[in-house]
Design a protein around this ligand. Structure first.
Ligand code: EPZ
Length: 419
């Protein structure tokens, strides 16, 4: 078993180049299924979720290879439309392949998706989106069976701006002749990135990031393309919060600070200094921050739910009380009991946490129960007195690549160890 060993108390200094984002790459990899060509994705960090998605693509018949950090996905020949239980269950994004498989092969059989245990995570919006385009969808014996032979452009109103459902419906519509309109879509930057990626392959998508997305179906995406997905805005936010907790001065390269505007504005009000350039963020933090007072996670451009746990870790040592509401997922507080083991003063009920900031936390043996909760525990360890071990780091590897190296480069004492 692997865990992180962390010695707290070091300030963070230095520069980190941010790699392409997990939540941009996963829908883009699902989008490769639509392309009768060879796709080269540049500078791809090997998050373990990427390997899980590549396993699905290879099972469909894609040929996958790596050239250093560049990933080459050849989807000219696909000879299966099945996503098996074993691979689908490894990640939430397996369901994102439904739209592409139906669009390209007209038949699909998928096991239900996995993903972090942060709530029920239904797929009703995904399935009703496919049906709105004329796909026949049946759920039987733990599988989703789809027939897209009669699909045609249609209109779908999302009653919640689901990120994955928006991406899935876009991909189902790309090769479906006719015009498709998605109303109340998710506006996350990853949706814009997916639009840009698919349009570079010949798709006709517009409106990503706005209230209405339109897709004009095309006959095929017959192209070889080279693309670099957007930088990971959650890793960017995690490092900014780590610096706010530990103090220091960092520079992040290959970033788009607009993607973290909500967090940067909160940190600025709590006495962090920023120098924001087009693709660089410089941040300086010293001393104990003031509490954020109130934290409401929200869909983009609000404070992202994926930064809730790192933000909570920061609030446990900030000066003052904080009311934190998790408004996106109904069970995303598994890191709370672990933070309490480290001396945090947190009361929680349903989706609300009351955090009374303490002068400091103390190192303890804690365990990650999901990806972002694990990241929050690592940050708490970095800022604690004494040493902390974080077990369950296979969750963290899903969305942070070589996280211990990234943090050590900034002066933290973090190492991966067997136990
Ligand atoms: C994506 O998950 C991300 N994952 C999540 O990141 C992120 O937290 C989430 O979007 C919100 O931003 C990937 O992109 C791979 P949703 P997704 O559909 O698509 C409900 C991480 O840590 N809902 O926007 O699953 C759902 O239950 C992960 O990197 C339905 O009710 O999120 C939730 O309450 C965690 N029916 C809310 O919508 C549906 O059919 C938001 O879910 C779909 C979703």
């Amino acid at each position: 078993m692997k865990r992180y060993y962390i010695e707290g108390g070091n300030r963070l200094y230095g520069m980190v180049k941010i790699g392409s984002g997990k939540n941009a790459l996963l829908p883009i990899l699902a989008g490769c299924i639509l392309i009768d060509g060879v796709t080269t994705l540049l500078n791809v960090p090997r998050y373990s979720d990427i390997d899980a998605m590549l396993e699905i693509l290879e099972h469909l018949g894609a040929v996958v290879s790596w050239q250093d950090e560049n990933l080459i996905v050849d989807t000219r020949v696909l000879n299966s439309h099945d996503v098996t239980l074993e691979s689908a269950g490894k990640l939430r994004a397996s369901i994102f392949t439904l739209g592409s498989i139906l669009g390209r092969m007209k038949l699909a059989k998928l096991a239900y998706p996995g993903g972090c245990n942060i709530g029920l995570r239904p797929i009703d919006l995904h399935l009703s989106g496919m049906r709105a385009l004329g796909a026949k969808i049946n759920e039987k014996n733990g599988f989703i069976y789809g027939n897209g032979s009669q699909m045609k452009g249609g209109e779908f109103i999302l009653n919640f701006p689901s990120v994955g459902a928006t991406e899935n419906i876009i991909m189902a519509a790309v090769l479906t002749l006719g015009k498709t309109t998605i109303i109340n879509p998710a506006k996350e930057p990853e949706i814009v990135d997916l639009q840009d990626f698919l349009n570079s392959a010949g798709a006709k998508i517009s409106g990503a990031g706005s209230n209405i997305i339109t897709i004009e179906g095309v006959k095929s995406l017959h192209k070889n393309i080279v693309y670099e997905a957007m930088p990971d805005r959650i890793i960017t936010g995690t490092l900014l919060i780590a610096t706010a907790m530990c103090g220091g001065e960092i520079e992040l390269e290959n970033v788009n600070f607009q993607h973290n505007q909500a967090l940067i504005s909160k940190l600025s009000k709590s006495a962090c200094q920023f120098d924001l350039k087009r693709d660089k963020i410089k941040m300086k933090a010293s001393g104990r921050l003031k509490s954020f007072g109130e934290v409401d996670t929200a869909v983009y451009p609000g404070l992202p739910t994926d930064l809730q746990a790192p933000i909570m870790a920061l609030q446990t040592i900030s000066d003052g009380a904080c009311v934190l509401l998790e408004n996106v997922f109904e069970a995303r507080f598994k890191h709370v009991p672990e933070l309490i083991k480290m001396g945090a003063d947190i009361k929680f009920k349903n989706n609300v946490c009351i955090i009374n900031g303490r002068e400091k936390l103390y190192g303890a043996e804690v365990k990650a129960c999901d990806l972002r909760g694990g990241a929050g525990l690592v940050l708490a360890g970095l800022a604690s007195e004494g040493y902390t071990t974080v077990s369950g780091i296979e969750y963290i590897d899903r969305g942070y690549y070589k996280f211990e190296e990234m943090l050590s480069k900034l002066g933290a004492v973090v190492r991966r160890e067997e136990y």
